[in-house]
Design a protein. Sequence first.
Length: 324
Amino acid sequence: MIRAGIIGGAGYTAGELLRLLINHPDVEVSWVHSTSNAGNLVTDIHQGLIGETFLRFTDTTAWEDIDVVFFCTPHGQSRTFIKENPIPEDVKIIDLSNDFRLKDGEEHDFVYGLPEMNRKPMVRGAKHVANPGCFATAIQLALLPLAKNGLIKSDIHITAITGSTGAGVKPSATSHYSWRNDNVSVYKPFRHQHLGEIMQTMRELQPDFDAEINFVPVRGCFSRGIMAIAYLDIEEDIETLRQLYEEAYSDHSFTFITDKQPDLKDVVNTNKCIIHLEKVDGKLLITSVIDNLLKGASGTAVHNMNLLFGLSERTGLQLKPSAF
């Protein structure tokens, strides 16, 4: 049995992670750390788990009681916490923040945790994993087969819309119901923080990559999910491209190519990414849909844990979409 701890247990990603781990056949949640909620029942915050757990939040970290720790902390806090609180070498770390995603010159041994790209290092003994960002997951899965085959020769244009849970649990001016409902808005155009990890991956897979990625993120008036729509100029015909994508993901458990345009509800409440390809007047149009809290965060974290501990990839992640 894998014993797990969670740092930063009060947010949306921690709530989803708890839901998955509590129902995982090979995991026991030992503790959930939250300084501001210490002593309170986990279900005081995550009411959807009433009847499923009687855990209480704690402000201590009993490292001897766990085999893996998940960081669901705000960006910037994981790196600080690890520096100030030495974690035993035999405790594996899965960080859901952006603190260790980039090879930014500061030494660290975190593997970039996109399973469709880095499954082998995780299976072969990695101890520390940096989970990808939610937008980055949807967009990279849309582009990986092209980059692997050196086919990206033109600028890429992407519009991606995300649910309100992507903004986190802490209320802000753009996440209140009265503003978000019946509304759509653009934010951080061409400057989103996930662009760094996307560009890093593209250059790693296609060393001669020098195209621009023009990314416009959009806030949607729904709770969860991401639809990323990308297009670029490309010479190859649609049959060749589709074969490349099917071959790239044929031995992966959660990414699928479809003949029909996917709906967001096809993936909400699942760890799936569904991708559709269409060729129009020399342009390849790619649609990629994921659940931002699962495939874009906590589901991939559990997927990565399964890989680190030698379990089947799908263990604890066979979920039904909330299609109706």
